[in-house]
Ligand binder design. Structure first.
Ligand code: PLP
Length: 401
């Protein structure tokens, strides 16, 4: 079934990519079914309770009968609550007209690109990067122009030179994912200034994927949309999935210029009609409130981040720094691979699952088939507790040490 495109009638499907992390999930689940212990560190999920205030508000919304269709752009109360919250933190006077509610953040990628791309338009995409960007650009007839995140001082930086070099007269869109998956890197304010001036100079639309924008451990909140002239050309991918531990609830939003939002609203009508009504009611009630779980979650992730980095650095030839955001570590295993005589990180991934039960993604899951900078794997630490993370790294150390 994974080979379906070659056997289906619609040729455009051959251009559609996927999120191969879900295949890693299948392999891990199959291994667990054989009775083996598995340490799932592959998926960007969070095992954490959704705040009880949100759960209660949802139960009340269902009991009060908010179970029918609602307007395709989202209910006015939630759009206003999102506009107020997002606008206040970024210094932009958004209103409900700037917000289109979505079933998660992911749909924003395809809907935004459908709104701005014509055949042959070029799109600047981060590599490594969230694989759905390139999948959707190719599917919609655009051309991917990758730019790099480069290793620097044990962490990563967005390589501005590679971004500048990727721009041509056909470039129409920049996709930016500050607080970056998979590296956890954040741009400095000066880099964001520079990226904003490039976007203005070359008249680009910008998709600012802020899925992890508020999952920062170091530095203060920042967004490209706060720069002069950027709100008019930027659409924010906003999601409740990660920070609120609501990945399975499916709630997010596109926030941007009214003409883009109107186009996205038409796409909502053509696709899901509306996002789950009672979930919207609950979040409209809770977004402006003081919630305890998101704060507790961030504190817990920070603890895990420190202990995981410390444990990994005890593996010979592994050197990791604390990334400033997200709940991912992107780690170079090239020397370990040579020691184990593994040719690729994907081969290492399969061996590690079989020998240790530790399951993770590699750079190849982030649109990076070959990396001259090293052999990178990504550990996601949103699912395992601290003691489980310690046991996972312990097994890896025994395999690779
Ligand atoms: N953007 C990035 C960078 C992500 O890592 C993810 C999920 O992993 C998403 C967007 C979409 O998340 P969701 O659809 O759950 O909001």
């Amino acid at each position: 079934l994974t080979q379906a495109p070659s056997r289906t009638a619609a040729r455009r499907l051959a251009r559609l990519g996927t999120e191969t992390a879900f295949e890693v999930s299948d392999a891990a689940a199959a291994w667990a079914r054989t009775g083996q212990r598995v340490f799932p560190m592959h998926l960007g999920d969070v095992r954490w309770p959704t705040d009880p205030l949100i759960v209660d508000a949802t139960a009340r919304a269902i009991a009060n009968g908010h179970t029918g269709y609602c307007p395709p752009p989202g209910i006015e109360e939630l759009r206003t609550a999102i506009a107020t919250d997002v606008g206040r933190k970024r210094g932009v006077p958004y209103s409900a007209a700037n917000v289109s509610v979505q079933p998660g953040g992911k749909p924003v990628i395809g809907k935004f690109l459908s709104s701005v791309l014509n055949d042959g338009d070029e799109v600047l995409c981060p590599r490594p990067g969230y694989p759905i960007y390139e999948s959707q650009v190719n599917y919609l007839g655009g051309i991917v122009r990758p730019y790099r995140y480069a290793p620097a001082d044990g962490g990563f930086v967005l390589d501005l030179d590679s971004l500048r070099a990727a721009i041509t007269p056909h470039t129409r869109v920049l996709i930016l994912n500050d607080c970056h998956n998979p590296t956890g890197a954040c741009c400095s304010p000066a880099s964001l200034d520079e990226i904003a001036s490039l976007a203005i100079k070359h008249d680009l639309w910008v998709l600012s994927d802020e899925a992890y924008g508020e999952m920062r451990f170091d530095g203060s909140f920042d967004s490209i949309v706060s720069r002069t002239g950027m709100a008019q050309r930027t659409t924010i991918l906003y999601t409740f999935s990660k920070r609120f531990a609501m990945t399975g609830w499916r709630l997010g939003a596109a926030i941007g210029p009214p003409e883009i939002i109107r186009s996205i609203n038409s796409l909502n009508i053509n696709a899901e009609s509306c996002t789950t009504h009672f979930v919207q009611r609950a979040m409209a009630e809770c977004l402006g409130r003081e919630l305890s779980e998101p704060t507790r979650l961030l504190r817990e992730l920070d603890r895990r981040r420190h202990s995981l980095v410390a444990a990994l650095n005890e593996i010979p030839d592994i050197h990791v720094q604390l990334p400033p955001a997200t709940f991912y570590l992107f780690v170079d295993f090239s020397r370990v691979l040579s020691r184990l005589k593994c040719r690729t990180t994907d081969e290492f991934m399969r061996i590690a699952l079989r020998e240790t039960g530790v399951s993770f993604c590699t750079a190849s899951h982030f649109a990076q088939t070959h990396n001259d900078d090293g052999a990178f794997v990504r550990f996601a630490y949103g699912v395992l507790q601290e003691d489980e993370l310690a046991a996972a790294v312990d097994s890896l150390r025994r395999l690779t040490g």
